[in-house]
Design a protein around this ligand. Structure first.
Ligand code: NAD
Length: 259
């Protein structure tokens, strides 16, 4: 019960990694403020977690829309009076050779993955600064450390998340606020299900499952990553055990990335 009565605000909480993170916090006593663009899926997730969570509130949020972010954070503070932990997890991916990318595709990935992390942090941090306390964990990616083919735009957005994490960690250190990132590898979520189909098509591979097998071959520990693998590390970074860690980007890749 590391998070008894701690208020955690999570973006992209409806499914995949965000859902596993939400479940992890619920099991350890946190009060959950969950947000997602897909409010129907989020409501389903909240219903599932209501058996384990003490308190859950849901908020429809598009992390790319500043006015919406401002209003949602105000509402969370009204509902819970504080935010102890912020998890910037919402993210998107599309796949293409960079010379075939449209401006729209570039902006979509950069806006959700990079701008979204900045915007939500911008509106949460003043409440943490007032209390001189807080933990922020951003979901970056292995693609934020190694350029990933067919994902140049996504890689750029995740390198940006790590750069932002380091700068924010330095700016917020005097206020007792830690900012870290996790860098997942090949995680079995709906994002990966979409990616194997795109990648197979772009590379002329008939069976998308062959692409998934390649992901496993690139992973020394010999299996895909699961959302719970990532959630456990996120919870550690949000806990008191990580009090002397800030500005770090921690791989959860089964050894697929080692720097
Ligand atoms: P997912 O697609 O299963 O879930 C992403 C969630 O984010 C969805 O619920 C979606 O509705 C929400 N979302 C999308 N756009 C949003 C927006 N504009 N505002 C608010 N919410 C929005 O994906 P996932 O695999 O669980 O990914 C979660 C995070 O992990 C992302 O940041 C992703 O880039 C990162 N990541 C995933 C993998 C992987 O292999 N799956 C690897 C490394 C990093």
């Amino acid at each position: 019960m590391r998070f008894e009565n701690k208020v955690v605000f999570i973006t992209g909480a409806a499914k995949g990694i965000g859902k596993a993170i939400s479940q992890g916090f619920a099991e350890e006593g946190a009060l959950l403020a969950l947000s997602d663009l897909d409010i129907d899926e989020l409501e389903r997730t909240a219903k599932e977690l209501s058996n384990v969570a003490k308190v859950i509130k849901t908020y429809k949020l598009d992390v790319t829309k500043e006015i919406m972010v401002e209003k949602v954070i105000e509402k969370v503070i009204k509902d819970f009076q504080k935010i102890d932990i912020l998890i910037n997890n919402a993210g998107v991916s599309t796949m293409n050779y960079f010379w075939d990318l449209t401006e729209e595709e570039w902006d979509f990935n950069m806006n959700v993955n990079a701008k979204g992390v900045w915007l939500v942090s911008k509106y949460v941090v003043p409440y943490m600064i007032k209390r001189k306390k807080g933990k922020i964990v951003n979901t970056a990616s292995m693609a934020g450390k190694i350029g990933a083919p067919l994902l140049a735009h996504y890689s750029a957005s995740k390198f940006a998340v790590i750069g932002f994490t380091q700068a924010a960690a330095k700016e917020l250190a005097p206020y007792g606020i830690n900012v870290n990132a996790v860098c997942p590898g090949f995680v079995k979520t709906s994002m990966q299900d979409r990616e194997v189909i795109w990648e197979a098509k772009l590379r002329g591979i008939s069976d998308p499952e062959e692409v998934r097998k390649e992901y496993i071959k690139q992973t020394p520990l010999g299996r895909l990553c699961y959302p719970e693998d990532v959630a456990r590390v996120v919870l550690f970074l949000a806990s008191d055990d990580a009090d002397f860690m800030t500005g770090q980007a921690i791989n959860v890749t089964g050894g697929a990335c080692m720097h």
